[in-house]
Design a protein around this ligand. Sequence first.
Ligand SMILES: [Fe+2]
Ligand SMILES: [Fe+2]
Length: 177
Amino acid sequence: MLSFDEMQLKLRGSISPHRYAHSLGVMETAVKLAKIYGANVEKCRIAGLLHDCAKGMSTDEMLSAIQKGGIELYDGEEAHPQLLHAPAGVYVAKSEYGVADEEILSAIRSHTVAGKNMSLIDAIINVSDFIEPGRRSFEGLQEVRALAEKDIFAALEECKRLTKEYCLKNGQSVFSI
Ligand SMILES: [Fe+2]
Ligand SMILES: [Fe+2]
């Protein structure tokens, strides 16, 4: 596995400055939540930093990474290109950053689609992605931020609900498993 400094350098060179700043925000939020809930801080730090590591790839590159990594897609997931950086990210984290830890990989995999059996780390990364300090404000954000510090799984449900509401309002299709 790369050192943490090497990971930061590599990531900075492979995604946009805006996305990199977002990744640092997710990382900081994930560390804060890990301390509140007694989750593994180092795993949350790495998962937070790397969750969008495949975001700079084209759809074709993501599909090829998913195939090379033998990563299974959910039924219908392929039709949602904006979700594919999560499964592709698993392959990139493994092959380019040397991440082998299944809990970190699971958090990267599930950050775009919250399934039914989310672990504590999965939930922390999912919610951190939603509430990191750089997110432009929208209705309900402050409430989720407060809820995240009290009940992480309730916050996760609220993130899912708000995402669905947002998609429906903006004519985007909703994907859930
Ligand atoms: Fe993402
Ligand atoms: Fe993200």
